[in-house]
Design a protein around this ligand. Sequence first.
Ligand SMILES: Cc1cc2nc3c(=O)[nH]c(=O)nc-3n(C[C@H](O)[C@H](O)[C@H](O)COP(=O)(O)OP(=O)(O)OC[C@H]3O[C@@H](n4cnc5c(N)ncnc54)[C@H](O)[C@@H]3O)c2cc1C
Length: 417
Amino acid sequence: MTYNALRLLKEGLTGNKGWKPVWRDPMPRAEYDIVIIGGGGHGLATAYYLAREHGLKNIAVLEKGYIGGGSIGRNTTIVRANYFLPGNSEFYSHSLKLWEGLSADLNYNVMHSQRGLINLFHSDGQRDAFVRRGNAMINQGDDAVLLDRDGVRQHLPYLDFDNIRFPVYGGLLHPRGGTARHDAVAWGYARGADRRGVDLIQQCEVTGIDVKGGRVQGVSTTRGVIRAKKVAIVTAGRSGQVAAMAGLRLPIESHVLQAFVTEGLKPIIDHVVSFGMGHFYISQSDKGGLVFGGDLDFYASYASRGNLPMKEHVMDAAMTLMPVIGQAKVLRSWGGIMDMTPDGSPIIDRTDIDGLYIDCGWCYGGFKAVPGSGFALAHLLATDRPHDTAAGFRLDRFRTGAGLMDEEGTGAQHNLH
Ligand SMILES: Cc1cc2nc3c(=O)[nH]c(=O)nc-3n(C[C@H](O)[C@H](O)[C@H](O)COP(=O)(O)OP(=O)(O)OC[C@H]3O[C@@H](n4cnc5c(N)ncnc54)[C@H](O)[C@@H]3O)c2cc1C
């Protein structure tokens, strides 16, 4: 079923009786060419691009819960291409280009909104660092505009510009940055993959990865054994646990990241605003809620909810930056599991086991990466060669030390990212 204005009008006038389920609910088959473990954004996008770009169809995505129930449905939806280091910048630049055509490509409205992202700075040194970052973004072919204090004031008049600790000196505007509707991204990719013949199998937990003679044979699941020529682990926060089923120990720690949303308000914030010094960022959803978050909870955990001290810290930062937010009521908070690598950059690679691949280490930035990651992993699975945009995301860089991409300059310590 194709979505279009005529169809919408017809259904609206006839009681919305003609809509069909957006994807099938198939029984798992005994064997596939490719099994993808994890029905989050990255797993679904991989399946979609395998079918669309490489014409492969005999693929299953195995999801232990339901499509959209992981971090893909828990994030704060920021999409940007403002990375600094070679290796990362070309990847996120490519991903943003895919975002820009995504709704049309999927025939599904992912509500991608390029409302602009502003990173604030509060000292001369920080301004210099952002000038460098802006130049790197422009050299990569993306966009960046340096704003002075008055420039920021024109866009964000509600900030406390004269805060005694963090006076606003200016900001780096990334006009093509913005947001998208997170679960629509999962649903859109799921529908696109299903329409091309991919089996999406929910309530199917992988409990073992079968390896013989150094080659993957398939997986054991709560719905039986499934054989496969190739298996990809795409389980984000659970990557360490799933890789351990094949005897692999990953350079990953799982940490909780929290997010918050207020009651719906009239439009006030029409950008994404990032206050790095306070570990705080905010945007406003199309429903009117102020969506914001802060830093990790700072201890390894698989819990999808966070601690109270971090809640307090985030509220403090919010009040410091924009005291007007004190009038809003927080409706909900939640947490998600982040797969943190030591250098803050991801992994898309083969493993030492033949036929076993891994895509993980997205830290807290994996939503914007969904199209780029799906595209690159599909390329790797189909051709056994890394895609040009993801060639640096090698698993062995943590063993050899060569090619580490310490994007935030925080050193090789998971909880500093
Ligand atoms: C609060 C918060 C805010 C964030 N904000 C942003 C942001 O603004 N911008 C941004 O770019 N990123 C953001 N992120 C990060 C982003 O959401 C994640 O990096 C990304 O969603 C992870 O990839 P995924 O979508 O594939 O993960 P998931 O949706 O978690 O998918 C992994 C799937 O694997 C399944 N799985 C696990 N184990 C098994 C198993 N044994 N068998 C079968 N299935 C299994 C899980 O059930 C899950 O559905 C945020 C994350 C959180 C939690």
